[in-house]
Design a protein around this ligand. Structure first.
Ligand code: ZN
Ligand code: ZN
Ligand code: ZN
Length: 356
């Protein structure tokens, strides 16, 4: 905080507070805020009715419950005192920020991520173990998909999505975050909302899914993996596209070495896809950081010159999409280590013809 010139952090919704103290604020209108001054102890201002949820460790912070008839903004302003440089959670409700700005005139507000995101992006061994456990649980679902255990042909995308979600929980996740199932032409829409479409024979099906898994009583960490299968002999163009994609994913993962910039990892996959003539079909960055949140820093995208450090955890997920026809994506979570890239997802990446 001193390096960033921040006098006090005001953490509310989002992952910063759970990352620091293991407590996640309820996303409701009553404000919860950890007031963390650079020069003093931290205080958690919490609605009195939610205080019993807090596993309070008095060595980390003191608790200041506020009752229904109190003004929590005044309580927070009092704790802030005369400090000027504020870092406030990126996900704080605008109503809270506006009220704080009114109660604390003459202060400078900036996003808390100016302090926290570089710290949170570097995972310690316990966090890497949690990401690997989540990845292994997601891989067991991917194995079921690749092995034809999940019925595809004749079912609606929404039903397959629901089954993937159930399996994520059965394999140890505490929460399902998403389960994209895009079949046929819908496979060309990267963030497709699974719907009524019934999956046919000989179609690509993109399945991108993830959840949050808690190891013991720690805060949960996320999984996120994508596998694309075909329900019968694929179109020759699709087979060609998939082979290019598989090479691009491999090259980008292999290239994710310490010191390589985030944008260089993106370029490794992108150049290979472009040379094969599919460059126009790769319409998103190659990856995003992952941790307590599904998407966090570092983002692997052109323009991000951050060099990879040991402990950086991120997806490598190139995709090629031919609008109106079909598309494919392959995604693994990777941790940068001194020994080279460590994959948290190891289910097979070859093109599987699933006649289920
Ligand atoms: Zn995505
Ligand atoms: Zn994904
Ligand atoms: Zn992803």
């Amino acid at each position: 905080m001193r390096e960033a010139g921040v006098d006090v952090l005001l953490l509310s919704l989002g992952a910063d507070m759970p990352w620091l103290i293991g407590y996640e604020a309820m996303p409701l209108e009553r404000i919860t805020m950890l007031v963390l001054p650079a020069d003093d102890d931290a205080t958690l201002v919490v609605p009195a009715l939610e205080a019993p949820r807090v596993a309070h460790d008095a060595r980390l912070f003191s608790l200041r419950p506020w009752s229904e008839s109190e003004d929590p903004i005044a309580v927070i302003a009092d704790l802030v005192g005369s400090r000027v440089e504020m870092g406030i959670s990126d996900r704080t409700w605008a109503t809270s920020l506006l009220a704080l700005q009114h109660a604390l005139p003459g202060r400078r507000f900036r996003p808390a991520s100016a302090v926290t995101s570089a710290l949170r992006s570097v995972k310690d061994p316990g966090e890497i173990a949690a990401l690997r456990a989540a990845g292994a649980a997601a891989d067991r679902v991917a194995d079921a998909l690749l092995g034809g255990e999940i019925q595809l042909i004749g079912r609606r995308e929404a039903d397959v999505s629901e089954e993937i979600g159930r399996r994520l929980i059965a394999e140890g996740h505490n929460k399902v975050n998403f389960a994209i199932v895009g079949s046929g032409p819908n496979s060309a829409s990267p963030h497709h909302e699974p719907g009524e479409r019934v999956i046919g024979v000989g179609e690509p099906v993109v399945c991108d899914f993830g959840g949050t898994l808690r190891l013991g009583d720690t805060v949960g960490y996320c999984s996120d993996t994508t596998r694309t299968v075909v329900t019968g002999e694929p179109d020759p163009l699709f087979a060609e596209l998939y082979a290019v994609l598989e090479s691009a994913q491999e090259v980008a993962v292999e290239g994710a070495m310490i010191g390589t910039t985030c944008e260089a990892v993106d370029a490794l996959g992108r150049d290979l896809i472009s040379r094969a003539g599919f460059g126009d079909g790769f319409i998103h960055r190659i990856g995003h950081g992952i941790g307590i949140e599904e998407h966090e820093t570092p983002y692997l995208v052109a323009g991000n010159t951050t060099p990879l450090q040991p402990g950086h955890a991120f997806s490598v997920e190139p995709g090629i999409y031919l609008a109106g026809r079909f598309g494919a994506r392959i995604e693994d979570i990777v941790v940068a280590t001194e020994g080279g890239p460590l994959r948290c997802n190891v289910s097979d990446r070859g093109l599987h013809v699933v006649e289920a």
